[in-house]
Ligand binder design. Structure first.
Ligand SMILES: C=C1C[C@]23C[C@@]1(O)CC[C@H]2[C@@]12CCC[C@@](C)(C(=O)O1)[C@H]2[C@@H]3C(=O)O
Ligand code: AKG
Ligand code: FE2
Length: 366
């Protein structure tokens, strides 16, 4: 079993790189149909309703709002989160400057077949027959090695912005974790591992979605859940993120709101909450005219710490539904089983009475 997040995701097959910015007609390799993805054909975006927007400065019932958002949607947007607007703009500029480099330059910082960090296609690509209309760059800790390959003489500014962003996001992610757990009645005394010397682990994922000649048949990033406790996503002013709403079996657009950040419930919070807060299935679609950029801060527990359903949420009527796993073990499971990863760490299928834990493999518990 891998021991660090950097050991966990291995490429399944070698990859031919397309420069999506130059392609004028959608190649067959990128043309999705309903059989390319089970969720592709689901009823399309209902834009009259979307995930809640929560003001972190407004102490009035904030825990209640967060609890409701996590249960009903598995995602919400936050405003007044204390990340300076200037930093959000700076990370967008940093992402733009990376993705607008010539392809042969970006390939110098390619993610290796055994690695996690660097430039490449979505790593979940190997689970789909078609390629996605996106490119990504993954950072864990300092980006200096890859930044030097991209800009041999001029890498410092990029590194400074990334490190500042990671520092601010770590604080916000810790605060959000306690708010989300707090809404379940969990206090800091109940989660000893969170106070280790190293704090949580994290990865930063920059995603680029070039304008697409045939957006109706393309897919930016296929439907997935994140293997995190929570993810904080910044999207530029172009929409594309959609979340799957179980209740109405449809995709719901998450509209970009200037200065707001999107928070997703990940699989490890699903496990910690014993299924009370199901991880959110989401995807990114593309459009004909605008380039889209997103930055995901993927936050998990400290390395080596096993997470399992919190004992306060477990009793005779609510037995633990999931095995204890470290983040890197779970990432290894995800790399192997993808959307069946949660069910593969399920402990038992209860005889009756549990209707709230979904495993994203089409089976509702109960
Ligand atoms: C820590 C991680 C989560 C992630 C795999 C990774 O090692 C680094 C990239 C992450 C990401 C971002 C895009 C969607 C996703 C499913 C993927 O393929 O790479 C997630 C992974 C995850 O949450 O499982
Ligand atoms: O680009 C987006 O809106 C989604 C990105 C995402 O889901 C991810 O990086 O995990
Ligand atoms: Fe995601």
């Amino acid at each position: 079993m891998p021991s660090r997040i950097s050991d966990s995701f291995r490429a399944h097959h070698s990859q031919k790189y397309f420069d999506l910015n130059l392609i004028k007609e959608l190649p067959e390799s990128h043309a999705w149909t309903s059989s390319s993805d089970d969720h592709y054909a689901s009823e399309n975006s209902r834009d009259f309703d979307s995930i809640p927007v929560i003001d972190l400065d407004n102490n009035n019932n904030v825990l209640e709002h967060i609890g409701h958002a996590c249960k009903k949607w598995g995602a919400f947007q936050i405003i007044n989160h204390s990340i300076p607007e200037k930093l959000l703009q700076a990370i967008e500029v940093a992402g733009q400057s990376l993705f607008s480099l010539p392809m042969q330059q970006k390939l110098k910082a390619s993610r290796s077949p055994e690695g996690v960090t660097g430039y490449g296609v979505a790593r979940i690509s190997s689970f789909f027959p078609k390629l996605m209309w996106s490119e990504g760059f993954t950072i864990v800790g300092s980006p200096i090695e890859h930044a030097r390959q991209l800009w041999p003489k001029d890498y410092k500014k990029f590194c400074e912005i990334i490190e500042e962003y990671e520092k601010e996001m770590e604080k916000l992610a810790g605060r959000l974790m306690w708010l989300m757990l707090g809404s379940l009645g969990i206090t800091k005394e109940d989660v000893k591992w969170a106070f280790g010397p190293k704090g949580g682990c994290a990865a930063l994922q920059l995603n680029s979605y070039p304008a697409c000649p045939d957006p109706g048949r393309a897919m930016g990033l296929a439907a997935h859940t994140d293997s995190t406790i929570l993810t904080i996503l910044h999207q530029n002013n172009t929409s594309g993120l959609q979340v799957y709403q179980e209740e109405s079996s449809g995709w719901v657009t998450v509209p970009p709101i200037q200065g707001a950040l999107v928070v997703n419930v990940g699989d490890l919070l699903h496990i910690l909450s014993n299924g009370s807060y199901p991880s959110i299935l989401h995807r990114a679609i593309v459009n004909r005219t605008q380039h889209r950029l997103s930055v995901a801060y993927l936050y998990g527990p400290p390395s080596g710490v096993r997470v399992s359903p919190l004992s306060k949420l477990v009793d005779q009527k609510h037995p633990p539904l999931y095995k204890a796993v470290t983040w890197s073990e779970y990432l290894g499971t995800k790399a192997k089983h993808f959307d069946k990863a949660l069910s593969s760490v399920r402990l038992c299928v209860p005889l009756s009475g549990f209707t709230d834990a979904k495993d994203h493999n089409g089976v509702q518990v109960g």
